[in-house]
Design a protein around this ligand. Structure first.
Ligand code: ADP
Length: 369
């Protein structure tokens, strides 16, 4: 083979001029890079391999009120909340408090990336962060008000049962004392009053149950939903036998969930499938699981009375019912709102489909896989 051609020779002056142009271009690029870094709202700091700060951008300096030369070396650490300094070690994402110029703290969400030289050796890290104080405060407030609301529902329902018990027992007492002398009509009135008190007690108990989901549920663990279904079936055995109901189920997955929440979810949906049957048609329930990306979708279908599209959302709201007290064995309208709260607290979603009245319903929910 022919020898490689000799490298092109250039006059020395020409070579120097080329090098100077490249150097000037690199300096300009560096200058642009630094300007962009300074103009960004993102807080940026660059550290060497030993965690010594090499530079911080203007956003960082403005927020902390610390001058560039004061931030160098270990200087930047002064602005980090003492309790959060350890959390900053290593690559990845961190959230920590950074002291503002006014002495208060800002929450920073930061991503750090290793910096390499041209040979791939570690030369330090580049950390870029954004101020997430507002969204954090908002989240905290939301959590707090949710907790307060649940606490309120819990306390209120607890305290309301006591006076109700009193009404109930005095109504009973009146009836017993005057029983023989009372006209039949008054007996009826008393029975209505007692019935009302009893229903109210049921509503309060339901509310109590609702407020307990999540807060008081059994801790999450791996739950085999085939076992959950078997348990739900056993609990509903009587109602199923009475109505000649059949359940057909495919293989169900194992999910990370609270076992008693799962039982209640299955039991509520199956109980509804039996309860909202068409007159004279034995209920047929079909349960099937389907794998989706990152989640399982589980569908509970029935051949019952179906639901009109306009009520698809409403039935999941607390105490919302589509039927009178005397139809379909009554109920307080809490079953599906409990299902919704359970599914959503597990990170899933629940919805209903139905072709229309008397054509059955399909309740579907997802759970993270
Ligand atoms: P409840 O059964 O106590 O009324 P739910 O919250 O369980 O409360 O259900 C709310 C409403 O949704 C019911 O009143 C009923 O009208 C409707 N519904 C629930 N499940 C079914 C079903 N499988 N088929 C038809 N309608 C249903």
């Amino acid at each position: 083979p022919a020898p490689p051609p000799p490298p092109p020779t250039q006059p020395r002056a020409h070579r120097d001029r080329n090098r100077r142009t490249v150097e000037a271009q690199m300096l300009r690029a560096r200058d642009h890079y630094l300007r962009v870094l300074d103009d960004m709202p993102t807080l940026v700091r660059r550290l060497d391999r030993d965690g010594q700060c090499l530079n911080v951008n203007a956003s960082w300096r403005t927020l902390t009120g610390i001058a560039a030369d004061q931030a160098l070396g270990d200087g930047w650490l002064r602005a980090i909340h003492p309790d959060d300094r350890d959390a900053l070690a290593g690559d990845g994402e961190h959230e920590y408090r950074l002291m503002r110029a006014d002495g208060g703290y800002a929450w920073i969400h930061e991503v750090t990336r290793p910096l390499k030289d041209q040979d791939g050796h570690d030369i330090g890290v580049l950390a870029s962060g954004i101020d997430v104080t507002q969204s954090r405060e908002f989240q905290e407030k939301l959590q707090q008000s949710n907790a307060e609301l649940e606490q309120f529902a819990y306390v209120a329902s607890h305290d309301m049962r006591e006076p109700l018990r009193m009404i109930n027992s005095y109504l009973g007492l009146i009836e017993r004392r005057l029983g023989a002398d009372l006209p039949a009509e008054i007996h009826e009135f008393l029975a209505f009053a007692r019935d009302g008190a009893m229903r109210m007690d049921k509503l309060i108990l339901d509310l109590l149950q609702y407020s307990r989901i999540g807060r008081m549920s059994a801790p999450r663990t791996m739950v085999d939903l085939n076992e959950t279904l078997a348990e739900a079936r056993a609990n509903l055995g009587l109602a199923m036998a009475e109505q000649g109901a059949g359940i057909e189920a495919g293989a169900l997955p194992t999910v990370f969930a609270s076992p008693d929440d799962m039982l209640r979810l299955f039991q509520n949906l199956i109980a509804n499938a039996i309860k909202y049957r068409q007159p004279g048609v034995p209920p047929q329930v079909v349960i099937a699981a389907q794998r989706q990306t990152g989640a399982w979708k589980i569908a509970v279908s029935d051949n019952g009375i179906g639901i009109s599209r306009e009520f698809f959302d409403r039935i999941f709201r607390i105490f919302q019912r589509l039927h009178g007290r005397d139809e379909h064995g009554g109920g307080s309208g809490i079953g599906l709102s409990i299902c919704k709260k359970i599914v959503e607290s597990h990170g899933g979603r629940i919805w209903v489909d139905s072709p229309g009245p008397n054509q059955g319903s399909v309740f579907s929910f997802t759970l993270p896989a």
